[in-house]
Ligand binder design. Structure first.
Ligand SMILES: Nc1ncnc2c1ncn2[C@@H]1O[C@H](COP(=O)(O)OP(=O)(O)OP(=O)(O)O)[C@@H](O)[C@H]1O
Ligand SMILES: [Mg+2]
Length: 1002
């Protein structure tokens, strides 16, 4: 379809490509019938006029779609704005709106015959396809080219990183906002949700795009932004509904670019158990926890990154938040925290910002802006409730009294404004004044200065019908967003309608699409607390929590069935991601009150915990649930099986203990799939402990049994471990035979992760025995599948296999690229196994290019990491014995080439590396392709004191540790580091680690 229409010489070099088409053109054709041709011609004429005015060259048109190229990115943007304005203003046949989506991307596609080819052309088309009709999106490349040359009255909104179909790395996409054109659209139609990747993506993450306008607060915004420049923990405090959450969202957008690794929101309102705070923060940052605690994972990741962490709604978890903040702030010097809470967090170094209510000042006092912020807010929200609402001089006066009666509390103002259509402004004020009586003696929500909100909430609640009151109380049991279906499950079949009415009354936030594509409703914190208070008073609390648990169990069991099959995995996992808060809450309640539901829920959630790397916390929940089951019952066996699986990669003896318990429970019983599965994993645990003969026995029992029982998943588990064990014993042929059998199983009928594991090892062995093409084929299939499923560990494992294949085929550039990606995934999963494999391979690569010293250092770092990974007595089988190492030809050669003194120095250097430093070292080794190790250290001329400082940073010391060691003050450390950062052009501590490694300081 790409055909140059002969409009002159085509541009070369960097060009900007525009793809556009009509949204829903088939439907439009259907609706317009014969008049569709007319609409199509008008659409083309309008677009062509904009294109030619802005210097675009049309490359191809097909039906309703355009492909246009521009020499200037700014002109391409101008073209989109002009065209969208013209389309919006046009009088379409039948009064039907014709909505055109547009996407821009810049790159250097290759000129070919009379058009362009290359990946960038595809990328541009994919980017455009994510947009909705009327929306203009553009890529990072285009944004950078446009720079500050955006046309007047336009701006960009960062929509985050998105996966595009068939394109490997996620793309950051921006939406073009132009005055007078719609700017609210549903989430982009990308192949997956925005990718939360701390350390990979700067920008502001986790905040839903605001559905209503933000009003006033300019002073507060600058004040908080300024405090953040000085203090590491700023807590915005104030009564419920005063606008804390909304303010920090705006502050985050404003200060976003001060943080190299972005701003991240962790919403704690829905977290009820203080122990789960670190887990909730880690999940918000997209960090998987592996076998360690969530807190350890957070510290490990955050020490290397520069982020602003926003902890919203902390009041009910103040101690846990204080502990978390204290730990993070002392361990991670580049982290700052912005918290919202009704009371301060109470840790040293915190500064408190008391957020006042909205400005009530009379217009005159405001200096002629027209109206106070509180009045503007009321007017804006009233117009939403009633499009005919206008502020006349008469109503303005009443509104001014009304908002001051509400103390300028935004939530109270919103609740009142939602009633304007039904009541009118005057009666609204009277009704509110009536509430005074209600206030007497009632301090349900908050003390003195906050009673206006209590009264407003009470008043809004009293105005509801009895049925709506009931539903309002019951849905306050949801700790986070909920679907209409969920509301109906908890509050009865009519509850859906009631929820919609509550949205109209501003008591529930309008729905937003969750990660699973379902629309969910939300209650603001203050209102949820009010509802929960009422729930307790009416005695419905227990029944509501029980109903929530039944709902959660229902979702979790359906999702678990999905996770049992590869083709159901993605949807099921995303469903649970979106219901995370509800699941936590229900499981917590069930563990206390319902000994039947608790184990069922834990078992159903286990595969998701496995996939999302929540091994340690999942294990704790399962172990607690196991205690509530009758010994040796079916549920008892299943909880122990999952306990064994979740600890298989971290604490092998624990894993073995649980799996043995399952085996023993079946001593006198008819076998069932749970036994076959337990035997398979037990075989793996035994093999990892070096007990090979016993492993073989359990492995083959598991295989026979699962085949007899027709349990495909059990069979795959057994074959996986049999294959792995053959690899341990260096018997490639046998391993291939087992794993090929695993390939014969219908892959859709087994859990995705086990299918992927089998394929990854098979690919690795095939690569080793020279079946390269097949190996590569498997590898790329598995990688794509792991990416789709969001299975980070599997992705890392797949990339490692790719790197191995690359090395075998001599494709070193590609191997380096893959290793860099593995290290990035190591950063997010903290799965040391990934790092160990990288180090091993890196050593081989150094030998291949005769970098002997680096090879020895890397291997010593590997040994150190191995010691840090496996605690004594566990899983040592994977590491090479001293003897095996001496006989390894690469290692022997490296030692000979280097000579004993240098070998010793290199070994000492590697042995001193922590896993984080080792990871940076790998990155350094695989970062540049051609250069030999830098002859000159790339640190500029630093004094010896400064070098000492950099060395300590690279060793992972915090500012306070450095201050203690060098006997200087912490502020002195900070200012020296700032100077060094500036001189080396670095932004964060991790950059200094890299420089220190290059200069051989560590
Ligand atoms: N400056 C503002 N402009 C527009 N709307 C605002 C503003 N401040 C607050 N709001 C609205 O008022 C309501 C309450 O605000 P918010 O949720 O931020 O309060 P909060 O102080 O965080 O309350 P809580 O203590 O219950 O968490 C929200 O609907 C919010 O959108
Ligand atoms: Mg809040």
């Amino acid at each position: 379809m790409v055909n140059n229409r002969g409009m002159g010489e085509l541009p070369t070099g960097t060009i900007t490509m525009l793809f556009s088409d009509i949204e829903g053109s088939t439907l439009l054709l259907h609706d317009l019938g014969d008049r569709y041709g007319e609409a199509l011609s008008a659409q083309r004429a309008l677009l062509r006029s904009a294109i030619s005015n802005c210097g675009g060259q049309e490359m191809g048109t097909e039906g309703d779609s355009f492909f246009v190229v521009f020499e200037s990115a700014a002109n391409a943007v101008r073209c989109c704005v002009t065209a969208q304005r013209a389309l919006a203003a046009h009088d379409w046949p039948g009064g039907i709106a014709v909505r055109v989506r547009m996407g821009l991307h810049s790159g250097e596609p290759v000129r070919h015959e009379d058009g362009y080819i290359g990946l960038d052309v595809h990328r541009a088309a994919r980017i455009a396809a994510t947009a909705h009709g009327g929306q203009v999106v553009l890529s990072e490349a285009t944004r950078m080219l446009v720079g500050s040359r955006l046309p007047g009255e336009t701006s960009l909104r960062d929509l985050g990183f998105h996966r595009l179909k068939d394109i490997e790395s996620p793309e950051r996409i921006y939406q073009l906002l132009a005055a007078g054109l719609p700017d609210q659209f549903p989430p982009l139609k990308s192949a997956g949700p925005p990718v939360p990747t701390v350390g990979v993506s700067a920008g502001v993450h986790g905040f839903a795009s605001a559905l209503t306008s933000f009003i006033g607060r300019s002073t507060e915004l600058s004040e908080v932004a300024e405090l953040l420049a000085t203090y590491r923990l700023v807590t915005v405090t104030g009564p419920g509904g005063v606008g804390k959450t909304r303010l920090v969202a705006e502050v985050s957008r404003r200060v976003g670019d001060r943080f190299a690794d972005g701003v991240w929101l962790a919403e704690l309102g829905g977290v009820t158990d203080p122990d789960l705070v670190p887990g909730a923060v880690a999940a918000a940052l997209g960090i998987q926890q592996g076998g360690g605690s969530a807190m350890e994972a957070l510290v490990a990741v955050l020490t290397a990154h520069q982020v602003l962490l926003v902890l919203d709604n902390c009041e009910h978890l103040i101690d846990a938040v204080a502990a978390l903040s204290a730990t993070l702030l002392s361990a991670a010097d580049d982290v700052r925290i912005l918290a919202t809470s009704r009371t301060p967090v109470g840790v040293p170094g915190e500064t408190r910002y008391r957020l006042p209510p909205l400005d009530l000042l009379e217009p005159a006092q405001q200096g002629g802006t027209g109206m106070s912020a509180a009045v503007s807010l009321f007017a804006d929200r009233a117009r939403q409730a009633d499009p005919h609402f206008t502020l006349t001089s008469k109503t303005a006066e009443t509104v001014t009294r009304l908002v001051s009666r509400l103390d300028g509390i935004p939530l109270a103002i919103e609740l009142a404004a939602a009633r304007v259509e039904a009541l009118g402004v005057g009666p609204l004020l009277e009704r509110l004044d009536d509430q005074a009586g209600l206030l007497a003696g009632s301090d349900r929500l908050a003390p003195a200065r906050h009673q206006s909100l209590a009264a407003t909430v009470e008043w809004s609640y009293q105005l509801l019908s009895e049925e709506d009151q009931r539903v309002f109380r019951l849905v306050s049991v949801f700790p986070g967003p909920f679907t209409l279906g969920a509301a109906e499950d908890v509050a009865g079949p009519e509850a859906g309608r009631a929820v919609l009415r509550l949205v109209d009354r501003s008591l529930i936030v309008p729905p937003r699409e969750g990660r699973d594509g379902r629309r969910r409703y939300l209650m603001l914190e203050t209102l949820r607390a009010f509802g929960a208070g009422r729930l307790a008073e009416t005695g419905e609390e227990h029944a509501a929590a029980a109903a929530l648990t039944t709902f959660a169990l229902n979702v979790a069991e359906q999702a678990a069935a999905g996770l049992e099959r590869t083709d159901g995995e993605l949807a099921a996992a995303q469903w649970l991601d979106a219901e995370d808060a509800t699941m936590q809450q229900a499981l917590g309640w069930a563990l206390e009150h319902d000994s039947d539901a608790a184990p069922r829920l834990a078992i159903a959630l286990a595969p998701w915990w496995l996939l999302r790397g929540r091994w340690a916390t999942g294990y704790q929940m399962l172990a607690a649930a196991a205690e509530r089951t009758a010994e040796a019952s079916q549920q008892w066996c299943e909880t122990h099986l999952w306990c064994g699986i979740l600890t298989a990669g971290t604490t092998v003896p624990t894993s073995l203990r649980h799996l043995t318990a399952v085996r023993d429970a079946f001593a006198e019983r008819t076998p069932a799939p749970v036994l076959a599965r337990a035997l398979a994993w037990r075989s793996g645990a035994l093999a990892n402990l070096g007990r090979m003969p016993e492993a073989a026995t359990d492995g083959s029992k598991a295989l026979t049994l699962s085949r007899e029982l027709g349990d495909a998943a059990g069979e795959a588990y057994a074959l996986y471990w049999l294959g792995t064990e053959a690899v341990y014993q260096l018997n490639n042929e046998e391993a291939v035979a087992w794993l090929r059998q695993a390939q014969q199983i219908d892959q859709t009928a087994i859990p995705g992760y086990i299918g992927r594991h089998c394929t990854i090892i098979l690919a690795r062995i095939l690569g080793e025995i020279g079946e390269t093409a097949e190996a590569e084929q498997y590898c790329s299939e598995v990688l794509a599948a792991a990416r789709d499923a969001g299975a980070l560990y599997d992705q890392g494992d797949g990339l490692l296999s790719m790197a191995l294949l690359d090395v075998n085929a001599g494709r070193l550039t590609s191997a380096r690229k893959h290793l860099r990606e593995v290290i990035e995934l190591f950063g997010r999963t903290r799965a040391n196994v990934l790092l160990l494999n990288c180090l091993e391979l890196c050593g081989e690569m150094c030998v291949a290019i005769e970098r002997w010293r680096d090879a020895i250092t890397v291997w010593a770092a590997e040994a150190a990491t191995r010691r840090a990974t496996w605690t004594e007595g566990q899983g040592e089988t994977e590491s090479m014995t001293q003897e095996a190492m001496e006989s390894d030809p690469s290692r022997r050669r490296a030692r000979q080439e280097l000579g004993p003194a240098q070998v010793r120095a290199a070994e000492e250097r590697g042995a001193a590396m922590t896993p984080a430093v080792a990871a940076e070292y790998v990155l350094m080794l695989v970062s540049d392709e051609t250069k030999e190790p830098a002859a000159e250290p790339s640190l500029p001329h630093l004094s010896s004191r400064e070098r000492e400082l950099v060395t300590l940073v690279a060793k992972g010391r915090t500012n306070s540790q450095i201050a203690a060691q060098l006997t200087i003050s912490i502020p002195a450390v900070r200012s020296s580091l700032d100077r060094i950062l500036a001189r080396t052009g670095s932004q964060r501590r991790a950059d200094l680690t890299r420089l220190a490694l290059q200069a051989d300081l560590v």
